[in-house]
Every structure is written in C-alpha cells, then in structure tokens.
Design a protein. Structure first.
Length: 274
C-alpha cells in the first residue's frame, strides 16, 4: 500500500452522500460528520423548514456542503420523487445512509394495527424502496475496478438498533421487529449487490440521546447507562466516526456486517433484564 493510500485511508472528501432523517438525532450527527470531512451531503426530512435550517447550519461548516431535499418517506410517491430529484442533480451516489425511522410504544394487548404498519413501513419497507430506486446512482458510484473487483464500492449504511438484536424490556414490538428485519435485509442486499460494487452494512445503535428516545431516557436513562460498561450514552463522534469508517477506503472490505455501536450494552446484560 502506498503512502498516499494510507494518508487517505479514512477520507470521504468529494463523495456524494444522502442521509435520510438528517435534521435531528442520530441522522443529524451522521450528516454533520460527513460535511465536516468534506462530503457533499443531501439530507431529508418531512419538514422543509427543518431541512432548510439544518442545511444552512451545516453550510457554515467546512470543507463539505449540505443540500436540503424534504420528503415524507412514509409515502411511496415521495420516495420516487426524492430519487428522481437526486438523479436530476447527481450522476452518482457514493453513500446512502438509511436513518429515517419511527417508533411506537404500546402494551401488547393494545398496540394498534395502524401504529405497527407505520413503524414497519418506514423503518423497513421504505429502506428497501429507496435503496431500490437509487440503485442506478449507487452503481454509477462504484469505482476502483480491477478485473471486476471493486476497491471503492458504493456504500449502503442502515441505521439499526440493539433492540433488533436483544429483546427489549419495553413495549416497542413493531420497532424491534422492524429493526431485526432491517438487519437481515441489509445482509441480503450485501450478498446480492456486492458483485456490482455496492456493499451494505448496518450500525445497530445502543443508547443515544435523541428526540425519539427522549421520553424513554428521561424515565429510565440512569438505569440504561448503568448497563453500559463505558458508563455513558453514545456521542455524535461515535456514530459519525463509524459511518466515516464504513464510507472510506478503510471500510471498503466490510459487507453484510451488523456493527453494535452500544458501548458494550449487549454483552453486559440482555435487554430483557432491564
């Protein structure tokens, strides 16, 4: 390996990235990391106002840039519109981060059917739909080809959860099931698309502070942190750094993996014991 390759081992400068749900929580942490490291980042959210405000905030950073593309990914027609809009602006998409998601907590006897459908649709089905619609751009981004081997493939990064690995001790049935499905979908895509120069991996996040987890962590945050061997919540550097690794030359040989980003939460104590 040459010194130039070593120096750029973790570089993402110049890459085109799409982060869904990129205006808040873990998605915003990830998008900020890419912008700060020189990527051109597209962010989505249902709220055009939030998208525009976040893009303005990120464009004050250097050396990358951010473009807002509002879309309600629950709706198939919005997914199609987003894919078309991105295709009209870019010839290739180097990294797709499927982060947008929803949760719903209700006792097993009372969990509403429409709530289950909403969570599974956004957290699982629309990940497949959006990935499918963006395959031409992802295929166009695969590079470093030698004898049909891709040394710099396009990346799909799916944001999963430890709740899709262990059994949670709270009533998030649709969320946990959808994330477990997402983990397997990601592996399936990695096996199918790898030969075309597209790798697919999952980051199974543990306890991070965000709007989605705020209510739960407010009630049980101290208990949760006590189960993390590192004795803290995840930080923006943790999740952004993992995405940067997976998106760079350093992570080009990782495919079909589910990375538990949880400070050791899963190996410390099963979720069902909380």
């Amino acid at each position: 390996m040459s010194s130039l390759q070593v120096e750029n081992l973790f570089g993402v400068a110049g890459k085109v990235v799409l982060v869904t749900g990129g205006t808040r929580g873990i998605g915003k942490m990830i998008a900020s990391g890419y912008v700060r490291n020189g990527a051109k980042v597209y962010i989505t959210s249902r709220s055009a106002k939030d998208c525009d405000a976040t893009a303005k905030e990120f464009n004050a950073l250097v050396p990358g840039s951010c473009v807002a593309l509002a879309a309600d990914l629950q709706k198939l027609e919005e997914v199609q519109r987003l894919a078309g809009e991105l295709s009209s602006r870019e010839k290739a998409l180097h990294v797709l981060v499927n982060n947008a998601g929803a949760t719903w907590a209700a006792p097993v006897d009372d969990h509403p059917d429409d709530g289950f459908t909403k969570v599974v649709t956004l957290n699982l089905q629309r990940v497949f739909t959006l990935t499918q619609k963006l395959l031409p751009l992802l295929r166009a981004a695969a590079s470093g080809v030698e004898n049909n081997v891709y040394y710099d493939p396009a990346r799909i990064i799916n944001i999963g959860s430890v709740e899709g690995i262990g059994v949670p001790d709270h009533d998030t049935y649709a969320y946990a099931a959808a994330k477990a499905g997402l983990h397997h979908l990601s592996r399936h895509l990695g096996g199918r698309l790898g030969p075309e120069g597209i790798v697919s991996n999952t980051i199974a996040c543990g306890p991070f502070q965000s709007k989605m987890t705020a209510q739960f962590l407010q009630a049980a945050g101290d208990v949760v942190v006590s189960k993390v061997p590192l004795n803290r919540f995840g930080t923006p550097e943790d999740v952004a750094g993992t995405c940067l690794f997976l998106s760079s030359r350093a992570g080009a040989y990782v495919n079909g993996a589910t990375i538990a980003l949880d400070g050791g939460f899963l190996v410390s104590m099963p979720l069902s014991k909380l």
